[in-house]
Design a protein around this ligand. Structure first.
Ligand code: FE
Ligand code: FE
Ligand code: ZN
Length: 276
């Protein structure tokens, strides 16, 4: 069975997102921990979190995925921006313990001219100052498209970040299909080759989730513009191979395509129909 969901608005709380995920035909979902542009987060209602946990158990949910705000840049040049990243991630991970045992995804960051190596150091330093032995959340580095000075568009960069993190068992990777396409990994014509490379560089045991997005741009464009499933350069046939691939098929998959809820329901139906 496909573990599938989409990005949902967190404005009506945890239980509401769980119910919406089921209505859309899914068994998981992704949400922003706070406004994607940053700012302070709403207080969590512990009863709402408990209600979601029950709903997830009753409906065989896969792990859910929280997404950090886009403005979080762990390797910014300006110290106050790095401080915002620190405070936000620390607070987000504290809040994630209301729904223990799930996952938290973030964009590694943009080195803004400081160079990839400095970027990698700053990102791993931040993780080392935040991660704790007692946390139950797995923190995922997202594979990036490589626009601007983004760190994490090469598997080697993600590997280097993880190498420098002390609590490695708290770390994983979320592979975004649009981003890897735009970064130059040919998942359309050589999915096996890309996964072998991932395994050789990072290790497939670190792959914890997928973002399923088609791309408005061709292989290697370094753009990051998501398209509806089947309407971009990746195409339905490639998604059929992805949802059926033995190393991917059991991972939780999250749609971040340009859709309203009915469009997401259609895509979930489509992806399920592709499963053999
Ligand atoms: Fe993302
Ligand atoms: Fe993504
Ligand atoms: Zn993206």
């Amino acid at each position: 069975m496909l573990n599938i969901g989409c990005h949902l608005s967190a404005s009506k709380g945890f239980l509401n997102m769980g119910k919406t995920a089921i209505e859309l035909g899914g068994n998981t979902f992704q949400f922003f921990t706070r406004n994607p542009r940053g700012g302070s987060a709403k207080d969590i209602d512990p009863e709402d979190a408990k209600a979601l946990i029950s709903l997830m158990q009753e409906n065989s949910f896969a792990k859910i995925l929280a997404h950090a705000p886009y403005t979080l840049n762990a390797c910014a040049k300006v110290p106050s921006i790095r401080e915002f990243a620190y405070n936000t991630m620390l607070d987000d991970l504290k809040r994630m313990e209301y729904v223990p045992g799930n996952m938290y995804n973030f964009h590694p960051g943009s080195h803004v001219g400081q160079g990839v190596e400095t970027g990698i150091e700053l990102i791993s330093d931040l993780l080392n100052s935040i991660l704790s032995e007692s946390q139950t959340t797995t923190v995922l580095l997202e594979t990036m498209a490589g626009k601007g000075s983004e760190v994490g568009s090469r598997f080697e960069e993600l590997r280097e970040i993880i190498d420098r993190v002390e609590l490695k068992d708290k770390m994983g990777v979320c592979l975004d299909t649009c981003h890897v396409n735009d970064a130059g990994y040919d998942i359309v014509n050589d999915l096996d080759g890309v996964l072998t490379e991932f395994d050789n560089v990072i290790g497939l045991d670190r792959l914890k989730a997928l973002h399923l997005n088609d791309s408005k741009n061709p292989l290697g464009a370094h753009k990051d513009r998501h398209e509806k499933i089947g309407e971009g350069y990746i195409g339905t046939d490639a998604f059929e191979r992805i949802v059926n691939h033995p190393v991917l098929k059991d991972l939780p998959m999250f749609l971040e395509t340009p859709n309203e809820l009915p469009g997401y329901a259609e895509e979930i139906k489509l992806l399920k129909s592709l499963c053999k």
